[in-house]
Design a protein around this ligand. Structure first.
Ligand code: HEM
Length: 147
């Protein structure tokens, strides 16, 4: 069971973090240069179909893995010991991601114009950085980088 959960978690991470790196490094600069909301929406509608399910899988398997590692939920946000603190950091990264994603999806994307592209870039870049931090913190459970 553990192996299957870890596999799903890592597979979903490749989709979430990989997709955001492609968006931020390959797609976004061209969208900004050509001032083309259509190109961004095209990527967004294709990626969304696999990106959102992968985030759901990520969160479900992540919570399972975290519960296996730190069974007492009260310790998750107490930042008392190093391993539980990493779980807490993952939850804070998740809250940041959800806040940016909801603001982009509900406020910016439905009426995206050339003028809003800069604001959207200010959502894509932080969410991409946070997606990489998720991986760094994830790998540090095993490597002990932060403790
Ligand atoms: C987009 C979001 C996320 C990404 C990209 C991500 C990525 C990763 C990666 C790459 C690993 C390393 C696995 C390994 O060492 O083999 C990992 C481990 C882990 N992640 Fe996540 N993660 C995400 C969200 C979450 C969430 C929301 C939680 C829940 C608190 C979580 C909890 C864990 C735990 C507990 C581990 C350690 C698993 C173990 O080694 O047994 N992750 N994550």
């Amino acid at each position: 069971m553990y192996g299957a959960m870890l596999l799903l978690h890592i597979l979903a991470a490749t989709i979430w973090t990989g997709g955001h790196l492609v968006l931020a490094i390959a797609i976004l600069p061209r969208v900004l240069r050509e001032r083309s909301p259509a190109k961004l929406l095209e990527f967004e509608s294709a990626y969304e179909r696999i990106g959102i399910p992968s985030l759901v899988v990520q969160v479900a398997t992540g919570l399972w893995l975290a519960h296996r590692m730190v069974p007492e939920l009260s310790r998750w946000l107490a930042f008392g010991d190093p391993v539980a603190s990493l779980v807490g950091v993952k939850l804070l990264l998740l809250a940041t991601t959800v806040a940016f994603a909801l603001d982009a999806r509900l406020r910016l994307i439905p009426r995206l114009s050339k003028q809003d592209l800069g604001a959207l870039a200010w959502h894509i870049v932080p969410v991409t950085i946070v997606s990489v931090l998720f991986v760094v913190v994830g790998v540090s459970f095993r490597t002990g980088w932060f403790y």
